[in-house]
Design a protein around this ligand. Structure first.
Ligand code: SAM
Length: 323
């Protein structure tokens, strides 16, 4: 609601909201308020912060309905704010940290990238995205935790939408922390699963795991391969190379499930997919794609797209088989 000017002013302040959320998470405000409402002085003492500025940040979060003011100077979590707690189902805590900590600086490079080309994240950090993550254990952990936050929201919907019954071996290529694979395994008792990702990502996995490079080789001969939110990270040439590596590992009767957002015809029909496409522009050399574009990548890799199965969580399961 409000005038066009109000709406525009609010959009222009989006960066501030990102940093309000990030500040709350970085200081531990949501976990502290989960133990009960507090005022800024109490919270500041508990969290080692300055009461004056903290009070203003808490008010900023209350203005966004992330916190509620109890009327006696204390602040409590709203339903939205509760999702910033650590380790609760549906938590977006690490999702927020990636925005505030990792992506925020790159976003300032968008005008230059649009005018002159280039990938803002690489310009700021001097390294490609995944190499920069791997150079710092805590940064890598934040990113992987954010992927797991999102995957936790999607995995149930993916498994509900696509029936993997009959598959007794599944490899999740670029599977991160294995959130999707764990859900798949739980629905396929007795199946063999393998989590495949960079060695530093799978090092501490509690799932059977193989570390490697999906441009070189992935474990061969499984009934089903998963490729969730991987192709969107890469330009067409690299995406086809990943698909070719998977194709080479597949048996003629294996299936490869590409789990991705599919770009809508009109941006307003799926704003989240369109925003994710902008992240690909800021961070990587990738892009979100339409179903027809995914089909073309598959064809170039000796695969054919046999089904496009939407899920309740926004992502689609694109079923592909050797051509
Ligand atoms: N599949 C997970 C999901 O759906 O949340 C993670 C998706 S994340 C956007 C992309 C994954 O690709 C990361 O876990 C990253 O470590 C992995 N990755 C990047 N380069 C890789 C490579 N060369 N070989 C294997 N994995 C790689």
């Amino acid at each position: 609601s409000g005038s066009a000017a109000d709406r525009l002013a609010r959009l222009a302040d989006g960066y501030l909201v990102t940093q309000l959320l990030h500040t709350a998470v970085a200081l531990g405000v949501p976990d502290a308020l989960a133990r009960g409402p507090r005022d800024a002085v109490d919270l500041a003492g508990e969290l080692g912060a300055r009461p004056g500025p903290l009070h203003r940040v808490l008010r900023g979060l209350a203005a966004e309905d992330v916190l509620a003011e109890t009327g006696d100077g204390r602040f409590a979590l709203t339903d939205t704010g509760r999702l910033l707690r650590t380790g609760v189902p549906g938590s977006l805590r690490d999702w927020v940290s990636t925005r505030g900590e990792l992506y925020f600086g790159a976003a300032a490079g968008l005008p230059t990238a649009v005018r002159d080309g280039g990938t803002p994240y690489e310009t700021v950090h001097g390294l490609p995205f995944f190499a920069h993550l791997s150079a710092d254990a805590s940064r890598l952990a934040t990113f992987q935790a954010a992927m797991a936050d999102r995957s936790a929201r999607e995995a149930g919907a993916v498994v509900a939408a696509y029936d993997l019954t009959g598959c007794s071996s599944v490899v999740d290529v670029g599977g991160g922390r294995g959130t999707l694979l764990r859900t798949v395994r739980d629905g396929l008792p007795g199946s063999d699963v393998v989590l495949f990702d960079l060695p530093e990502v799978v090092a501490d996995s509690d799932l059977p795991a193989v570390g490697g490079d999906f441009f070189a080789e992935v474990p061969a001969g499984a009934d089903a391969y998963l490729l969730s939110r991987v192709l969107h990270d890469w330009d067409d040439d690299a995406a086809v190379r990943v698909l070719c590596t998977c194709r080479a590992a597949m048996r003629p009767d294996s299936v490869l499930l590409v789990v991705e957002a599919v770009l809508p015809e009109r941006a307003a029909d799926d704003p989240a997919a369109v925003r994710m496409d902008l992240y690909m522009l800021l961070l990587l050399h990738g892009r979100e794609r339409t179903a027809a574009e995914y089909a073309a990548l598959c064809t170039a890799a000796g695969l054919r797209l046999t089904r496009d199965v939407p899920t309740d969580a926004g992502v689609h399961v694109l079923e592909t088989r050797p051509a």
